[in-house]
Each structure stands twice: as structure tokens, then as C-alpha cells.
Design a protein around this ligand. Structure first.
Ligand SMILES: [Zn+2]
Length: 490
């Protein structure tokens, strides 16, 4: 298919746009949240719906099926040069594609550029999401339409009074908690409920504070007896990119499942908790996450002021100090890395925290959850020529993680190096300063990124009905991982 753009079918061609009606005629579709840190500030979901008209002429196009790798380079370079939002890139095995959120003009320019620099190139460019506001409405709008703000408030209140009801409450609330995506406050109230329910197992760790003054909080699960010896810690993080909601719910789901299995007397899980500590940081980017709820669903970075008065946000996942590259792009761009390593307060706080706990809780293994593409990625992200120090081991583990997921749910997560996923073999800055490389280089013996569902048809707009299925499949992978760490194969 020679540069043919419009053979894909738009998701919705109906003349009555539901999202338009929603924005124009449902000004009372408000969901109110209290944010304790910010003094009962009210967040309205209406504000987030209000950002939809801005996306009216935007859609997501998938470039794929190229025979000449030069096409990939031209698409990436041109998309970046035009400041388009690259949703996903992949370049391994069956999955070779680049998804770009853009308008028609950008697609036209990319196609022209490919035509100019790579005559007779064969590739396909198809519409993945043809009407972005409609897709947002259908997915998040749909799931949030069922969203009951009263229920969210009740849940927070119930969790605050958890002392009496203890584990019974945890069990009964579990299903309800994972029915919908949760606001940051609710997640933190849930943390408090869990620590009250499991004082012998759980502690809330304060990692630091964000630009807008929110706490960055992690949960440590520690079931071993001795306080003296240092114990290997497995770190699982999510939500470094604000719009990747499924990564946040999945970290919480793993916490919940470990505790439930521990309670049920599951021998394996009890063994994991004797041998390993688990440190969970579900929301690495609290400001960005709150912003996706209040204002802009598709926000990715944190909310820090940059040197440009009108540009906010540093991509935390480019902000770490291992092979950091100064952001030469506009600070308005989606993957702006900042002027210096650790300029983002979140990466800075995380580094401080890990340094201060490195003797008592040395990091042993790391999994960072993202969406979307269904992939297991291993280091490095910054370079495809620099081999990780124990590639064989990493690959065995990566395929094991993928297999554990496939056995649980049948979904096939492709294994590849993070640099291939990011396109760093072509544009090295795309893989610079990542959390994965930083953790692998400085702290963890093995480190992976899991890019969760789906494979593109919903992209970042995964509805809440996927929370439990994705949680289950990733919990299986985590159990496989813990098995490997506690009883490595001979
Ligand atoms: Zn991400």
C-alpha cells in the first residue's frame, strides 16, 4: 500500500457526535473531588470533557508494513520535527509500527517526506483512531459515565474508618475498588486502609513532593522476620506517564492480590514475602495523573514549570541521569527531558529515596509498567549496540514473563529490547535518561518494562473493564518473577 493513508475506517462516522452533545449540553456532568493537600479544591470532570473540542481534528495513524527501514526513520524524524505526539513505536518481529497522534496536515507532510526521500517505498498508513474525541467519549466517557462520585466519596470514607473491620473490609472492597479507575486521593486512602489492616506487613513510604505539592507515596510489603539483615527488594512502579491509567490500576491490583493470597495462606506467596521485600509505587507522577482527571485526559508529563513561561512538564522517563540528554526539543514537546538530569522533582526524589535506603533495602529487581503495545522490554533503552551485562539471563526472564501472561490470559506480549521499542537505534535521544536504564545500571540485577494492553485500537484510552483482566495477567507475571528470584532454575 504505497503511502495510502485513508484506507482505514474511522471508528465512528455518525453525524451526531455524542462527545459534542456531552460538552455542549451536559454542563452539569460534574464529578467533585476533594483534594486534601490543596485545601478542598474541587476537580471537575467537566473540565476534562471540555478539552475534547481541542482534539476535534486529531486522530491516531499507524505507519507500518515497511520493507525499507528508511521509511521508519523518515516517519519518526518527520513526526518529531513537526512536534506530533508519538503514541507508540515498535520495531521487532511481527510488531513494526509507529503510531502518531496528529492532524491531516502532519500525515500529509510525513507521506510527502517519505515520497521525496524514499521513492517507491511500500508501507501502509492506516487510521487507528479516526475520531479522537469520540474514542475518548466511548472509552473513558463510557466508563466514567458509570462513574459514581458518591461511591468514590463513600469508598474514601469507608476506608478511613477501616480499623474496626480490618481484613473483612479489605476483602469486600476489593471487587468494588477495581471496578473503575481511581482518583489519586482514593488510592492514597486505600494505602492508609491497607496499612491499618496489615500493620505487620505494610508501611507507606514517603518518597518526596511534586511541583504542585502532592505527596509521592509508595507501599512497602515486608514479611520477613529479621530486621537486621538487608533484604532484596523488588520494585514495581507505574504511572510515570500520566495518561497510562492502566499501569496505575495494575500496580494496585498486584498489591491487593499478594495480600489476598497471603491471607489465604498461599505457601508460595508467603515464601516470596519471607525472601523478598516488595516496594510498589503506583503513581510516580501524581501531578500529571491529577491533571488527566481534571483537565486533559491525554497528558503525559509531570506539571513542572519549564524555562518557557507557557510550557509545562518534563517527561520523567527521560529525566534520569544515566545517558541523560538535554532536551533540545521545545519544552512544550511530549518527551521534553529538561535541561539537566533530575530536573524533574519526581526522578530527583526517587533517586534520593533509593540512595538513602540502599543499605537497608538494596534493590534487586525492577518492573516498570507502562501502556500500550503488549510488550516485555529489557535494557538498554538508550542504545541498541550496548549489550546488557547478562543478556542471556534477562532474555530468559523476559520470555518467562511473557509466557506467564500468555498462559493466564492468552495475550501475547512481544519480547524486545527497550531501544527497539523507543526507536533509539535511529534517534538516540528517544531512549535517553530512562527509569529502566537508571534502575538497571545503578540498582537492579534485572529490570524490565511491561507495556500493557492493548495493541493499539484503544491505545491509552483503555476502558475500565480491562482493569481486572490486565491486573490478573500481570500478577501472574510477577509471581513467575518472584519464583525465579527466590528459587532460580538450576
Ligand atoms: Zn509510558
Amino acid at each position: 500500500m504505497e503511502g495510502s493513508v485513508w484506507h482505514g475506517k474511522a471508528r465512528s462516522t455518525s453525524s451526531l457526535h455524542n462527545w459534542t452533545r456531552l460538552v455542549l449540553f451536559r454542563p452539569t456532568a460534574q464529578v467533585l473531588y476533594r483534594d486534601e493537600q490543596l485545601g478542598n479544591r474541587e476537580f471537575t470532570q467537566q473540565a476534562a470533557f471540555g478539552s475534547l473540542p481541542k482534539l476535534k481534528d486529531q486522530f491516531v495513524v499507524r505507519f507500518e508494513k515497511w520493507e525499507d527501514g528508511e521509511v521508519r526513520r523518515i516517519v519518526l524524524e518527520t513526526a518529531k520535527m513537526l512536534g506530533a505526539d508519538i503514541w507508540a513505536t515498535s520495531n521487532s518481529g511481527k510488531s513494526k509500527f509507529i503510531d502518531v497522534k496528529c492532524d491531516k496536515l502532519v500525515v500529509k507532510k510525513i507521506v510527502e517526506e517519505v515520497g521525496k526521500r524514499c521513492k517507491d517505498a511500500r508501507y501502509s498508513a492506516r487510521l487507528l483512531i479516526g475520531d479522537l474525541p469520540q474514542a475518548i467519549f466511548e472509552t473513558l466517557g463510557e466508563s466514567q459515565a458509570d462513574f459514581d462520585p458518591k461511591e468514590e466519596e463513600n469508598m474514601q470514607a469507608t476506608m478511613k474508618n477501616a480499623e474496626k473491620d480490618g481484613r473483612e473490609l479489605f476483602r469486600t472492597q476489593k471487587d468494588i475498588f477495581f471496578k473503575q479507575f481511581r482518583h489519586l486521593d482514593t488510592i492514597y486512602s486505600w494505602f492508609d486502609m491497607l496499612t491499618e489492616t496489615y500493620p505487620d506487613l505494610l508501611t507507606v513510604e514517603w518518597i518526596g513532593q511534586t511541583y504542585e505539592g502532592r505527596d509521592i507515596r509508595a507501599l512497602r510489603i515486608s514479611g520477613h522476620k529479621s530486621d537486621n539483615e538487608s533484604i532484596r527488594t523488588v520494585v514495581i512502579t507505574g504511572g510515570i506517564h500520566a495518561r497510562e491509567w492502566i499501569s496505575i490500576s495494575t500496580v494496585c491490583y498486584i498489591v491487593s492480590s499478594l495480600l489476598a493470597d497471603y491471607d489465604a495462606g498461599n505457601k508460595k506467596v508467603r515464601h516470596y514475602l519471607e525472601e523478598l521485600d516488595f516496594l510498589f509505587l503506583p503513581v510516580m507522577n501524581p501531578d500529571g495523573y491529577a491533571y488527566t482527571w481534571s483537565t486533559e485526559w491525554l497528558w503525559r508529563k509531570n506539571r513542572q514549570q519549564t524555562y518557557h513561561p507557557r510550557c509545562f512538564g518534563i517527561d520523567i522517563d527521560h529525566s534520569f541521569n544515566f545517558h541523560f540528554e538535554r532536551g533540545l526539543d521545545s519544552p512544550c514537546s511530549e518527551d521534553y527531558s529538561g535541561q539537566d538530569a533530575f530536573e524533574s522533582l519526581e526522578s530527583y526524589a526517587w533517586d534520593n529515596y533509593l540512595n538513602s535506603t540502599r543499605h537497608s533495602h538494596p534493590i534487586y529487581a525492577y518492573i516498570d509498567l507502562h501502556s500500550y503495545a503488549e510488550e516485555v522490554l529489557y535494557p538498554y533503552a538508550y542504545s541498541c549496540t550496548e549489550m546488557p551485562r547478562d543478556e542471556e539471563n534477562l532474555l530468559e526472564l523476559a520470555y518467562g514473563l511473557s509466557q506467564a501472561i500468555r498462559l493466564r490470559s492468552g495475550v501475547n506480549y512481544e519480547v524486545m529490547s527497550a531501544c527497539e521499542d523507543r526507536g533509539a537505534d535511529l534517534l538516540p535521544e528517544m531512549g535517553a535518561g530512562s527509569a529502566l536504564d537508571y534502575m538497571y545500571h545503578n540498582k537492579a540485577y534485572s529490570a524490565f518494562v511491561l507495556k500493557l494492553r492493548d495493541s493499539g485500537s484503544r491505545g491509552f484510552l483503555l476502558p475500565s473493564k480491562f482493569i481486572v483482566p490486565v491486573g490478573r495477567e500481570v500478577y501472574s507475571a510477577v509471581k513467575y518473577f518472584a519464583d525465579f528470584l527466590t528459587e532460580p532454575p538450576a
